[in-house]
Each structure stands twice: as structure tokens, then as C-alpha cells.
Design a protein around this ligand. Structure first.
Ligand code: ZN
Length: 341
């Protein structure tokens, strides 16, 4: 195994010159989207994205997963405006191409070639534009965050994704303006920017210097739909868990959370009572972490269900994509590659 400059652990076979073609399986529609990367991906790539975890890539099926319409619009806008080039910046630089780094090709094996490329691209951010090093990284992050704060006023999503990829903070509180980027996007009615910021962790309930939230800003500026969408975002975690557990979502127009039928019918076993006691004893931070774990698990199960449903209807199920979401194991995949010839 050769390690190339940058220490991204590239397989030697990746060090061949090539043209800038798509990495995805030929003749296949990209069925999936990576929401936080703003790219559309095929089944094969999706299997690798999922093995990296939601903190690296949040995937949803373009047709079979439920989408808030403006979130889907945000992803399509990024994808069609070339967000992919953010993650392949240095590969587009002629000097780098001469050094021999290249993308994986559609006909390359998923393991190890495509999976290593995808990991280098999204996990190690090996090809993202690197800023000149400064002594104080905090200053750089602050500058980037200030740029983000003003850019979300415009409709240019790629610029904002680029800033976020470089380390701009979605929840940055601008010390002079007294607001976060989401306040700015909400006031300007930039719905897609708001979607992007929320994907990157912006809090729709964050107070400005006077205690007003981005939701308040959207309402006051007359962007009623955006305000409602931001409320939905704020309760995304609990709503999704509630929906997973009982197939219903709380109605945020008539108060939050409450699902009376469920509360009334709770007949706790001794085991459940003990578990409830344990949960109540958790600190807020631990409870948040637990909730995120459960959320990730719900997301995983829902995507698994979509995966199975779509693969069953596909005539293109291959040996390679039949075991999609196992962590990458080079020995295992070497055997599989032999089977595939
Ligand atoms: Zn692909």
C-alpha cells in the first residue's frame, strides 16, 4: 500500500491520469442524494456513503424516501450547480492532475477503488480547497463564518456550501450584528439557504441579541411558509422518533409534542418502568447523545427499508451491491472481486 502526499492512504491504482468523468455506475440514474454534500449518487456509491456514517454523509433516496419539498429542492439546486466540484477541487487543478491523482472510474470495483476514493473525498476531504495555513485557526473560522453570515442573504448556495466545507460555522453568532446566519437567511426569505444551514446544524430556535429566533424573523418578514418549515426543523428529531414509534407526527400548529392516545395507552412493564427511571436520571447532554443515537438508528432502518425495496425491483442487483452496508473489509472484498471476475 502506497501512501500519497497528504497521507490519504490511496491505493496505487488510483494514481493514474484520467479525464473528469463521473464515478457512478454507467447507465444508471443516481437514485440517492447526499444531503449535506449536495450530490446525487448511485446505489454503489450510496453503499459506501452509508458505511462512512451520517456524520460524513446523510443519504436519502430521491424517489422512495419522504422529503420536505424545499430540502429536496436545495439538494437538486446544489447538485445541478456543481457542488461536486467543491469536494474535488484539487482534482480540477491542472497541476494536481499532472501529479497523477485521479477520480475512480465507473467501471472500477466498488472495493477498494471507489470506496477509497469516496472516503478520501468526503471523510478526509483530500481534494477540498485548502486555505493557506494561519497561526490562529480560530481567526480563519471566524472570517469564514462572517462570510457565510453575509452570503446566505443571496441565493448562491454553492458559495455557502463551500464556506461550510472550509469550516464556517452554521451557528456562528456575529458579534457586531447580533444574529446567526439563519436569522439572515430567514429575514431574506432564502428558504434553500435556511435548509442548507439547518443540515449543517443551525438552530432555528437560536436567540439573536434581543432573544428573537430565526423563526420570529421569518414570520416578521412575511415568510410564513419558511417560518413553518423552520418550526418543523426545530422538532425534526422528536417528530421523526414519534413517527417511527406510532406512525403519527405532532401538529405544531396546536401545541407541540403531545400525542394523547399514546400517553393514555402506556401500560409500562416493570422493565419499562426501570428503563424510564434510568432515562430520567440522565444528564441533558447524555440524553441528547442518546436521542441522536436513536435518531441515527431510525434513519438507518428507514434507509435499509428503502434499499431493500429498490433492490428487489431492480434487474441490476449485482454481487457487489448485494451486501451494501457492511463496513469496508479489504480481505472480504478481495474475495468478492475474484468472484466477480
Ligand atoms: Zn456512484
Amino acid at each position: 500500500m502506497t501512501v500519497t502526499a497528504g497521507g490519504s492512504g490511496f491505493h496505487p491504482r488510483l494514481l493514474l491520469p484520467t479525464s473528469g468523468v463521473s464515478v457512478h455506475e454507467r447507465g444508471k440514474d443516481p437514485g440517492w442524494a447526499s444531503i449535506n454534500r449536495g450530490v446525487l449518487i448511485c446505489d454503489e456509491c450510496c453503499s459506501v456513503h452509508r458505511s462512512l456514517g451520517r456524520h460524513i454523509s446523510i443519504v436519502k433516496h430521491l424517489r422512495h424516501s419522504p422529503w420536505p419539498p424545499t430540502l429536496l429542492q436545495m439538494v437538486h439546486t446544489l447538485a445541478s450547480n456543481g457542488a461536486n466540484s467543491i469536494w474535488e477541487h484539487s482534482l480540477l487543478d491542472p497541476a494536481q492532475v499532472q501529479s497523477g491523482r485521479r477520480k475512480a472510474n465507473p467501471q472500477d470495483k466498488v472495493h477498494p477503488i471507489k470506496s477509497e476514493f469516496i472516503r478520501a473525498k468526503y471523510q478526509m476531504l483530500a481534494f477540498v480547497h485548502k486555505l493557506p495555513c494561519r497561526d490562529d485557526d480560530g481567526v480563519t473560522a471566524k472570517d469564514l463564518s462572517k462570510q457565510l453570515h453575509s452570503s446566505v442573504r443571496t441565493g448562491n448556495l454553492e458559495t455557502c456550501l463551500r464556506l461550510l466545507s472550509l469550516g464556517a460555522q452554521a451557528n456562528f453568532f456575529h458579534p457586531e450584528k447580533g444574529t446567526t446566519p439563519l436569522h439572515v437567511a430567514a429575514k431574506a426569505g432564502q428558504t434553500l439557504q435556511a435548509e442548507l444551514l439547518v443540515v449543517y446544524g443551525a438552530d432555528p430556535g437560536a436567540p439573536d441579541i434581543n432573544g428573537r429566533t430565526p423563526i420570529d424573523y421569518a414570520r416578521q418578514a412575511g415568510h410564513q411558509e419558511l417560518a413553518e418549515r423552520l418550526v418543523e426543523c426545530q422538532y425534526e428529531l422528536t417528530d421523526r422518533l414519534a413517527f417511527y414509534l406510532c406512525g403519527r407526527k405532532p401538529d405544531h400548529k396546536n401545541g407541540h409534542y403531545i400525542i394523547p392516545q399514546m400517553a393514555d395507552s402506556l401500560d409500562l412493564s416493570e422493565l419499562a418502568k426501570a428503563a424510564k427511571k434510568k432515562l430520567q436520571a440522565l444528564s441533558n447532554r447524555l440524553f441528547e447523545e442518546l436521542a441522536m443515537d436513536v435518531y441515527d438508528e431510525v434513519d438507518r432502518r428507514e434507509n435499509d427499508a428503502v434499499w431493500l425495496a429498490t433492490q428487489n425491483h431492480s434487474t441490476l442487483v449485482t454481487e457487489r451491491s448485494a451486501v451494501p452496508f457492511l463496513p469496508v473489509n479489504p480481505e472480504y472484498s478481495a474475495t468478492r472481486n475474484q468472484v466477480n471476475g
